[in-house]
Write a new protein. Structure first.
Length: 132
């Protein structure tokens, strides 16, 4: 679900976990069509925490913890806008040097059977590395 929560650069979570900001979108209000996000030292993290912005013109965010591995996964942000349930999502795949990111985001909404595809939906906002 979407929220306004964002994290600082490094956060300790209890005594056994830490989050380190590895990447932040320099233009979160712009459309996103970049095919990859480069991150150094991918192998030093156990998991990743992805923050996604619903669209380039909203302040609604979603986040997801991802274990290390190269399987494709979708990060989604769901919210109610103009009395409609809307779900914005985009697919990521981990690589040895960062993440491959689907160039187009997707939006579905109640009462509309059409999937809307645009670079303005599901904007990558930040990526954190998680050490256990």
């Amino acid at each position: 679900h979407c929220s306004g929560a964002k994290l600082n650069t490094v956060v300790s979570v209890g005594t056994n976990y830490s989050l380190t900001k590895l990447w932040e979108n320099p233009s979160p209000t712009a459309a996103w069509s970049t095919a990859s996000i480069s991150i150094s030292n991918m192998s030093t993290y156990n998991h990743f925490y992805i923050v996604l912005k619903h669209s380039n013109d909203t302040d609604y965010y979603a986040s997801m913890f991802i274990p290390k591995g190269n399987l494709p996964f979708s990060v989604a942000c769901t919210g109610i806008y103009s009395s409609q349930l809307r779900n914005a999502f985009r697919t990521f795949t981990q690589t040895s040097t960062g993440f491959s990111v689907e160039a187009t985001g997707h939006l579905t909404r109640t009462g509309d059977n059409t999937a809307h595809n645009s670079t303005e939906y599901a904007i990558p906002y930040a990526i954190y590395g998680v050490k256990v």
